[in-house]
Design a protein around this ligand. Structure first.
Ligand code: TXA
Ligand code: MG
Length: 352
């Protein structure tokens, strides 16, 4: 299949340029598009065949439901049975933005979208290109991240092209994504709003609006079954084996020493990359060090994580040793993704 690539920026952001992808979406085609979190692979949420095609193209397990994206708050009513006062409060504060909400679904939604669940995930993205596309398509757009299943989510159009060119109708190039990690998934169907996946909107930000916010038990205990089906799969994995080096639930110069020791001794026969920060990047004996940025700017570190993991693949690195981060603020989402990409392989260093 020929994939049409359309570049959209401030200079050509007119309705006309959206004609082709909007029509394609409406008529059952697949379109990859930028959002503020990561690129999405979209299909008309009411077209069961197009939804099946998403699962096929991504090689996604069929028990992993999709997020439905809308352009306006009024479009929510066509998807969900009721919107509680708590939901309204959250929507007012965080939509449009990197927050996905779980509601009870309407019967008309094809089962393939929700993987047979009674609930549905909905998000109104803030990215202007995403919103205009959905609005002009005139239908809600189901969209998982636009990567092959198991790979790091795409944060630039090059990542999407690498994974999906030739298997979908259109890719919109809207430049790099602002957040670079997927949305926070918040379940509103129980008594207490519960974070199923940490992401762009932090626990602390939610706590400012809500009296109570819970964390899905699986986020603390890897043995527990996650309520979000997607959270049980290995994810975000580059070809290399990833290990995290953690000191006192964070990182310091002792971690650097440990990483250098691992490079010299345990992994001496391999091409080893280090996933580092500006604070320590000069201190490693590996020539394949990528810095995510300064620890003073955690949003930037979040933004660069998937990019760096894919970069290690390009460099054909075999082992990645990653610095660890404190699990607060956006650090929670960073560590969640990093641990999954490492398959929970962590070296804990005891502080001296
Ligand atoms: O930022 C994002 O959320 C991106 C952009 C494209 O919007 N999308 C994204 O989609 O990350 P995906 O499919 O890669 O992840 C969706 C997550 C999965 O973990 C899935 O299991 C969960 O949301 N999910 C979807 N529907 C659900 C439901 N009804 N109940 C619980 N979890 C659900
Ligand atoms: Mg995904």
């Amino acid at each position: 299949m020929e994939t049409k690539i359309i570049k959209i920026n401030e200079d050509n952001y007119f309705d006309k340029i959206f004609n082709y992808p909007a029509k394609l979406l409406k008529e059952g085609g697949l379109v990859a598009f930028p959002t503020e979190t990561v690129y999405g692979l979209g299909a008309n949420a009411f077209d069961a065949e197009a939804i099946q095609e998403i699962f096929k193209v991504k090689q996604r397990p069929s028990d992993n439901p999709l997020i439905v994206h809308i352009a306006n708050i009024r479009d929510l009513d066509g998807l969900v049975t009721d919107v509680s006062n708590t939901a309204k409060k959250i929507i007012n504060k965080f939509w449009p933005g990197p927050l996905t909400l779980i509601f009870n679904k309407r019967e008309e939604i094809p089962n393939a979208v929700t993987a047979g669940m009674d609930t549905i995930a909905v998000r109104m993205p803030s990215n202007k290109i995403a919103r205009k596309l959905i609005e002009l398509a005139g239908v809600p757009v189901a969209a998982p991240s636009a990567n092959l299943s198991g790979k790091p989510s795409p944060t630039t159009v090059e990542h999407v092209i690498y994974d999906l060119q030739g298997s979908i109708g259109c890719i919109i190039d809207g430049g790099p994504c602002e957040v670079g990690l997927e949305s926070t998934v918040l379940d509103l169907t129980g008594d207490v709003p519960t974070i199923l996946r940490p992401g762009g909107v932090t626990y602390d930000a939610l706590k400012e609006v809500l009296e109570e916010v819970a964390l899905d038990p699986s986020l603390e205990d890897e043995e527990a079954t996650p309520k979000s089906p997607g959270m049980k799969y290995t994810h975000y994995s580059p070809e290399a084996d990833v290990y995290i080096i953690e000191v006192d639930h964070g990182f310091n110069a002792q971690g650097v020493k440990e990483i250098n020791k691992l490079i010299k001794n345990k992994f001496g026969d391999y091409k080893v990359g280090v996933l580092a920060t500006d604070e320590y990047k000069e201190d490693y004996i590996s020539e394949h060090t990528i810095s995510l940025g300064s620890r003073q700017e955690m949003d930037r570190i979040a933004n660069q994580l998937f990019y760096a993991l894919r970069k290690f693949d390009e460099m054909e690195v075999e082992i990645v040793l990653a610095e660890s981060f404190e699990q607060k603020g956006i650090g929670h989402a960073i560590m969640n993704r990093l641990k999954k990409s490492a398959g929970f392989k962590i070296f804990e260093v005891l502080s001296e």
